[in-house]
Every structure is written in structure tokens, then in C-alpha cells.
Write a protein that binds this ligand. Structure first.
Ligand SMILES: [Zn+2]
Length: 313
């Protein structure tokens, strides 16, 4: 059954969407954390909800979220994103979620409107590393080279879509992280995408992950951008997309923390993984991957352009 059908099913048969006036978010202390009853949040925000044995599905107008009892993994439109604390279905059958996770990760996806909405006209694409900084290297494959190949493709596609695009480096040059981030101010850019390849001691590690920086004033918009980019980028794997989904993650990487706009660092594959490494050397694959990443940027761009509270940066 399609996700859409599941959501329709929920609308028809589940107990959500009962809009209760004056609904309260009760705080339940639990092991030093502030926990919220999920049922309160559902009423308060007027979400659609479908409770299963150990799983719950929530839907707002723009996104659908799945949570699992005892797990920190939240799926947003089937794309993985980690919570700080596990959600729990208690013995009495009531679901609780940490207040911080609810407000910083769940609500932004399920509420109807964005906080930061500014139309995206200008994009900075950062090809990670360069010059004497090779990034990850395995079997002659250099991360800096792959990053630039992808960044150039991405630039071409986005320009064709009418966006103004600039690269933080156009050749094999070394740039500091601050120079890269500051390009946003120079170009008066609306978003920044930093392109990287991963590496890990575990040679089996494979797939894509998208990082946004917590604690900046663009945290929510960056999280949405990271989600949109990863969701679309994974489509390049077709049926196998779930296997390559390493999730939307938080990290204070300097280039995305310092950028004066919503910013995402995308790890596109593992140089240390034989399969990923082979794909990185395949021009047709890079073309397809750049198309998929561009689709994600455009999806975010379109939702931003239609927002009502735009211009507030
Ligand atoms: Zn890197």
C-alpha cells in the first residue's frame, strides 16, 4: 500500500484530527527529562494520528512521521532522522516524547507554516576540500575531485532552472572553511550546500547523510533543507534507497555553522566502500546523483517561494 493510502486510511479510521480548543501540553517529569504526552501534542496541533502496537504515525499537511516505541529513529516521509531521546509507549499505553525533540524535530515538519521562509534565488555550492587538502582518499580516488565533479554538475542543473549559483572553488584550490561560509555573504545567497564524500574504518559503511548545524538561527530551515535534499538524493538508488539512508543528522561543522543562511553538508557516499567508490568514478552516476540532489534543492526552493512569512532573515 502506498504511503498516501496509509495516510488516507488514518484520516478515515483513526482518532486524530479531533481539534480540541484549549488543549494543553502537559509536562511529565521522567528521569530528569521533560516529557510530553503525544496525545496532547496531537490535539494541540491538530495532527492526524494512527496508533499501532509499537509504532505511531503522525501526519500534518506537508509531511508524515513514523515513531517507534523505544527507538530514537524517526522517519519523516520515510527518510531517517534521529531524535535525541527515544519515544516510549508506556505500560499504560500512553506515548511520551521529550519536549526538546517534540519542539525542535517533530513540530517543524508537521506544522502548517514555516518559520523562516525566504524565496531561494541564489545558491552557494561548496565542493569540500581542495588543493593540498585531499579529503578522504582510497585506491586513488580523491574526495576533493569527486566533490568538485558533483558541485559542477549541480551548478549546471540549478542554473538551467534559473537560479543564481556560485561555487566556493572552481578548481583544485585550497580554501579555508571561513572563506567558504563567507561566500554566502559575498553572493548574498539564500542557501548553502556543501558537498563531501565520507570515509570509515568499517569498509561496509555505505550511503548518504545530510547534516545541519544546531543552535543557529537557521536551524529549522536547515533541517528542512537537509531533509528535502536527502529525500530526493536517495532516489538515485531507486528501490534500494532505504539501504543507503543514513539520515538527517546534526553537527556543528564550521562551514554550515558559520554560513549566514540555511546550510546543509551532504555526505554523498563512502570513499572507503568499494561499491560507493566505483559509483563515484562513473560519470553517468555522478550526473544522476547531481540531478537527484538538485531535485531536493528545487523542492525546498519551491516550498520556500510559496511561504507566507518570507523575507525574514
Ligand atoms: Zn569531506
Amino acid at each position: 500500500m502506498s504511503k498516501f493510502a496509509v495516510i488516507i486510511g488514518c484520516v478515515l479510521f483513526c482518532t486524530g484530527s479531533l481539534h480540541a480548543l484549549n488543549a494543553q501540553l502537559r509536562v511529565e517529569p521522567g528521569e530528569g527529562k521533560r516529557l510530553i504526552f503525544l496525545e496532547d501534542a496531537v490535539r494541540f496541533y491538530d495532527w492526524t494520528v494512527c496508533y499501532h502496537a509499537g509504532r505511531v504515525e503522525l501526519a500534518g499537511r506537508r509531511h508524515a512521521i513514523e515513531l517507534e516505541s523505544g527507538s530514537r529513529v524517526m522517519l519523516v516521509d520515510r527518510v531517517r532522522m534521529d531524535l535525541q531521546e527515544p519515544v516510549l509507549r508506556r505500560m499504560d499505553g500512553r506515548w511520551v516524547i521529550s519536549e526538546a525533540d517534540l519542539h525542535r524535530r517533530v513540530v517543524p515538519f508537521l506544522r502548517e507554516h514555516f518559520v523562516f521562509r525566504t524565496a531561494v534565488r541564489s545558491v552557494v555550492i561548496d565542493a569540500g576540500h581542495g588543493g593540498s587538502d585531499f579529503g578522504a582518499v582510497r585506491d586513488g580516488v580523491q574526495e576533493k575531485t569527486v566533490n568538485l565533479l558533483l558541485a559542477e554538475r549541480l551548478m549546471r542543473i540549478l542554473k538551467e532552472e534559473g537560479l543564481k549559483v556560485s561555487l566556493t572553488r572552481t578548481g583544485d584550490e585550497k580554501r579555508t572553511l571561513d572563506q567558504r561560509a563567507d561566500e554566502v555573504r559575498v553572493e548574498n545567497a539564500d542557501i548553502l550546500i556543501s558537498i563531501h564524500q565520507n570515509a570509515a574504518p568499517n569498509l561496509q559503511a555505505t550511503g548518504m547523510e545530510a547534516y545541519y548545524a544546531p543552535g543557529t538561527r537557521f536551524e529549522e530551515a536547515s533541517m528542512e533543507l537537509a531533509h528535502a535534499v536527502l529525500q530526493h538524493a536517495l532516489k538515485v538508488f531507486g528501490e534500494d534507497a532505504r539501504k543507503f539512508d543514513r539520515g538527517v543528522r546534526q553537527a556543528g561543522f564550521r562551514v554550515i555553522r558559520r554560513a549566514d543562511c540555511p546550510a546543509v553538508l551532504l555526505e554523498c557516499g563512502f570513499v572507503s566502500n568499494a561499491g560507493d567508490r566505483q559509483r563515484m568514478q562513473d560519470e553517468a552516476w555522478l550526473d544522476a546523483q547531481a540531478e537527484a540532489i538538485a531535485d531536493g534543492i528545487l523542492a525546498y526552493t519551491e516550498s520556500a517561494g510559496s511561504g507566507t512569512a518570507g523575507g525574514d532573515r
